[in-house]
Design a protein around this ligand. Sequence first.
Ligand code: FBP
Ligand code: MG
Ligand code: MG
Length: 352
Amino acid sequence: MSTESFEIGSRLDACLAAAVAADPALADVARVIAACAAAAIEVSTVIGRGALAGDLAAQGEQNSDGDVQKFLDVFAHERFTEALRGAPVAEVASEEAEGVMLLNPGAPLAVAIDPLDGSSNIGVNMAVGSIFGIRPTASTPENPLGSFTGPGTLQRAAGFVTYGPATSLVLTLGHGTQTYTLDRAEGVFRLTHPRMEVVPSAKEYAINASNARHWDPPVKAYIEDCLRGAEGPLDKDFNMRWLGSLVSDAQRVLLRGGVFLYPGDSRKGYAQGRLRLLYEAAPIAFLMEQAGAGAIDGERRILDICAGAIHERVPLIFGSQEDVACVAKYYDGRNPAAGRSPLFGQRGLMRS
Ligand SMILES: O=P(O)(O)OC[C@H]1O[C@](O)(COP(=O)(O)O)[C@@H](O)[C@@H]1O
Ligand SMILES: [Mg+2]
Ligand SMILES: [Mg+2]
C-alpha cells in the first residue's frame, strides 16, 4: 500500500479501503490488518490503565519457549487470536501457543504473532508491543507447518504496535513502511508517517551488554570498536540504548537510525540468540527493508531464512544500511578475531 498520497491524519480504515480499491487482491490482507488494529486498541486500553487494571505482570504458566507467561502476555494472545478468528485467517503461530492454532479452515492467510513483545517491561510502566507477519496459507496434511516454513519474503504484510507514551502501528504491505498513531479520543489509528526512511548511518547501537562475556568474536570486536568511539577505527562516538523491548528499539531505529543486535551467544540455549524468526525477526526485517534499512543474522538476509519450527530463534541485527553492512564485515572473515584480546583488544576492523 503506497500511502504517500494520503493526507497525514487519514484513518487506517480509509487507507486500507483505498489500498483495496487500487488492488482488490489486498482485500483479505486488509481485513487481517484491521483485526490486528482492533485487538491492539483493546490491549492498549488495558496497558494505559496500568495498575488500575490489576497486576498486569501476574505470573502464570510457562510458554513453549520456557518463559513464564504474565497476565498481559495471555490477555494479548487471547485478544489477538479472537480478533483473527473473525478475519480470513486459517492458522496462527503465536509465541504463547505451543503448536499452530487452527482458526478458519480453508481461509487464505496465516499469521505469525508475538502478542506481547518486551514482557520484562510489563508492570513497570515501560513500553511493550505486539508484532505480526501475514503469510499465504500453504499447509497440507503432509506438511502441517507449510504456512510458516517458507522464507520471510513470502510475507504479504507485517506490522508492529508499540504501546508507549503513544500507541503506534508500524505497517508494510510491501510498498514502503508507514506509521499510524492511535487517536485515543476517537479510538482509531491515524496516519502520521506516510513514508519511513531510515538514515543510512547513525551513531546509536542497541545490545544487551550484560551478555558481553558470552558474545562470539565478531560481536565482541564490533562493540569494542564502537566503544572506542572517535579514537577507534569506526571514527565516531556512539550512544547506546537498550529498551528491553524489540518493538521500541525498532521504532527508534526507524525514526533516527542506528543498529540493533541480538546475536547468538554461548549461554545455554542462546546459540541462535533470543528472538524468534517467524514472529519477531521476519516481520521486523520486512518493515526495515521497506524503510530502506537492512536485517541480517550476521551472514544471511533475515528475509531469506526458512524456519524449521514455529518457535525457532535467529540472531538478529538490523538498522541503518551502512551500519548493518559494517557489522556484517566483522562476520565475513575480513576481520578475523584471531589475535585480539578477548574483549577490548587493540586492533580494529577499519584499521589496516
Ligand atoms: O532480556 P533480554 O535478554 O535483554 O531480551 C530482551 C529482548 O527479549 C524480548 O523481550 C523478547 O520478546 P518477548 O518479550 O516477546 O519474549 C525482546 O522484546 C527484547 O528485545
Ligand atoms: Mg517478543
Ligand atoms: Mg512476547
